[in-house]
Write a protein that binds this ligand. Structure first.
Ligand code: HEC
Ligand code: HEC
Length: 328
């Protein structure tokens, strides 16, 4: 029976393929972005993209995706107009697919970018920012581009000035959470790409908490990843955190950017930011079928009290819970 359903899904997917053009031509629910709020766009990119498209990871080792500047360079090769650039980046982000991809070599090396739902306005803003501004570029990139394409690379765009960057206390808190997310995400993706889900699971088991702790130490903050349905009982959310999670479950939509929640108690800052699933997470947090037998067995062995399964895409898996002392 299961196989039967599966083959229907497969057939359905295949028979849908010719409709790809229809998806692409569907009215884009995106308003034109005339002037870019650079600080906001930069924060979005740091939040959503740098986990994988890190500008600081080296060229050959430890990469899980090309740097974002490589993406910019390839899309500029297609068409140099601002509208075309924004449209094609946005279209890929809405539905990543091998057919649409420009960087076939990157797909071979890293696999297709996992689909994730971003609010349409955020997508357009990030794409416009990538076009209008110079984004962070690894030092090795220009030489690499020359090797591959035989032409010099000079990144187009305005320079991001210090005053463009926002520096509110919630941006600071968010940056702590994102530093931890980047560290965890990078290690997780590398393991999955190189050694598969089961090995990656063992890795999370041993390293997830020490990794967030080490980022926390760097920032003199407490950084926790907590859930109402934890895998590791140490990540159980407390009462306050449970309330925040429930709130995100009710209000979080795919139409608007998630907002962190901040509160102050005496001289401490408490900050919460939602953790939302994407397709990639389901191989360890989805249905039994999505996870697969060997990984399920390993989960049961490592986490006899596991509650963190049965998730779908775009669900609140938990929150980042950050605490630090207010700077005087
Ligand atoms: C979970 C990891 C991950 C995240 C997060 C991620 N990407 Fe990607 N992305 C990849 C990988 C891997 C590739 C290379 C393979 C491919 O082209 O699909 C890629 C490729 C791309 C491409 C080029 C696709 C092509 O071949 O034409 C674009 C555009 C892109 N990413 C934009 C973004 C932006 C913007 C963000 C942030 C909103 C983002 N990505 C977040 C992993 C990620
Ligand atoms: C390779 C398997 C694997 C994948 C893929 C994976 N996780 Fe997990 N996840 C784990 C393991 C194992 C733990 C427990 C870590 C520990 O012992 O601290 C965990 C813990 C968590 C926690 C902390 C709360 C808890 O349940 O203990 C959150 C939040 C979380 N994962 C979210 C995600 C999200 C979001 C994604 C996708 C972006 C994801 N995970 C992908 C294996 C995975």
């Amino acid at each position: 029976m299961k196989n039967f359903i599966l083959s229907i899904i497969v057939l359905y997917t295949i028979s849908c393929a010719p409709d790809k053009a229809a998806i692409d031509a569907a009215p884009f629910p995106i308003l034109p972005i005339d002037s870019v709020d650079a600080g906001k766009a930069m924060t979005l990119i740091q939040t959503h993209c740098y986990t994988c498209h890190s500008p600081s990871a080296p060229e050959k080792k430890d990469r899980i995706a090309p740097p974002l500047v490589a993406v910019k360079a390839h899309y500029l090769q297609l068409d140099t107009s601002r509208d075309a650039f924004i449209t094609s980046i946005s279209s890929f982000l809405q539905h990543p697919s091998t057919e649409k991809a420009v960087m076939k070599g990157a797909i071979t090396r890293f696999g297709l970018m996992p689909a994730q739902q971003y609010p349409p306005q955020s997508i357009a803003l990030m794409a416009a920012f990538m076009y209008d501004y110079q984004i962070e570029e690894p030092t090795w990139f220009a030489a690499h581009w020359k090797d591959m394409n035989g032409e010099d690379w000079h990144q187009k765009g305005k320079l991001l000035l210090p005053q463009d960057k926002t520096s509110s206390i919630s941006d600071l808190a968010l940056s702590y959470a994102m530093a931890a997310k980047k560290e965890l995400g990078k290690n997780l993706m590398t393991k999955i790409q190189k050694q598969g889900t089961e090995k990656a699971l063992q890795f999370c088991n041993i390293h997830a908490l020490p990794l967030t702790d080490s980022v926390a130490k760097n920032h003199q903050a407490s950084i926790r990843r907590v859930s109402d349905k934890p895998r590791n009982p140490k990540n159980q959310a407390n009462n306050e955190e449970l309330k925040v999670i429930e709130k995100y479950k009710t209000y979080l939509t795919t139409e608007a950017e998630a907002e962190g929640q901040i509160s102050y108690v005496n001289d401490s800052v408490y900050y919460y930011y939602p953790i939302v699933t994407n397709t990639m997470c389901l191989q360890c947090h989805g249905s039994a079928d999505q996870i697969g037998k060997p990984t399920i067995a390993a989960i049961h062995q490592l986490y006899p009290k596991d509650k963190a399964i049965g998730y779908k895409e775009n669900e609140v898996r938990g929150i980042w819970s950050i605490k630090f002392k207010k700077l005087k």
